[in-house]
Design a binder for this molecule. Structure first.
Ligand SMILES: C[S@@+](CC[C@H](N)C(=O)[O-])C[C@H]1O[C@@H](n2cnc3c(N)ncnc32)[C@H](O)[C@@H]1O
Length: 221
């Protein structure tokens, strides 16, 4: 965990009760070891969407649809495209979307998100929460589809805090930790992005896409 467990527990305890469906998905995910966004991070995601009011969202990494339902609740005006490659999770996500009554607003794309989408798609918000080692691939594919003033959110960018203390990573974790470190720097320095990293959940990055950031004008006065 990257946060003080007591504080995390406290925040999780006072977050308003979720719908019976979301509560059930939390229980199922915990019991089956399905990785879903941590509750305090989901609540931050909700606040960001309530502020931003996107009309179109791309989510990379649906799993069983838990975060998709959070997105759909926080942005009731939005159409959501969500991508997942695990067949059994796709089936469960479809059933969960039916139960949540959001099927008409969701396009669930079954397949590998590294294959990209046609450029007829465009989005007001991107939420990246799939294979951590492939975030740069996803961003190279989908950042061009994010509209001006669009919101980009990536989950797990602090990876259990190991990006800040790489010496504590195991030999197996180290390549991923180094990749995430490079990703965070890229997000911070990207000329079209204004990025903050929020130490909540497993760490989320929040970026606003602006073609005319100060960074751009400083480099190209
Ligand atoms: C962390 S889980 C997503 C959790 C979900 N966003 C939530 O919070 O409820 C990551 C998911 O991404 C999927 N995934 C990994 N690589 C992918 C890829 N290249 N294309 C599509 N889905 C992928 C995995 O199968 C897994 O279900």
């Amino acid at each position: 965990m990257i946060t003080n467990p007591l504080i995390d527990e406290y925040i999780s305890k006072i977050i308003p009760a979720r719908s019976p469906l979301l509560s059930r998905l939390e229980t199922e995910a915990a019991a089956e070891g399905i990785p879903i966004i941590q509750l305090p991070a989901a609540q931050v995601l909700r606040s960001l969407l309530l502020l931003h009011q996107p009309r179109s969202i791309l989510e990379v990494g649906t799993a069983i649809g838990y975060s998709t339902i959070w997105l759909a609740e926080a942005a009731p005006q939005a159409k959501i495209v969500t991508m997942e490659l695990d067949e059994s999770r796709i089936e469960r996500a479809r059933a969960n979307f039916r139960e949540a009554g959001i099927t008409e607003r969701i396009e669930l794309i079954a397949g590998d998100a590294t294959q990209g989408l046609p450029d007829t798609y465009s989005f007001d918000c991107l939420f990246i929460d799939a294979a951590k080692g492939q975030y740069r691939v996803f961003l190279d594919l989908y950042l061009p589809l994010l509209n001006e003033n669009g919101l980009l959110i990536c989950d797990n960018v602090l990876f259990r805090g190991l990006v800040a203390s790489p010496e504590e990573a195991s030999k197996r974790q180290r390549p991923l930790v180094d990749k995430l470190d490079r990703l965070n720097l890229w997000l911070m320095e990207h000329p079209e992005l204004e990025t903050s990293i929020i130490p909540v959940g497993d760490g989320i990055s929040v970026s606003l896409k602006r073609t005319n950031t100060n960074k751009t004008s400083e480099k190209n006065p």
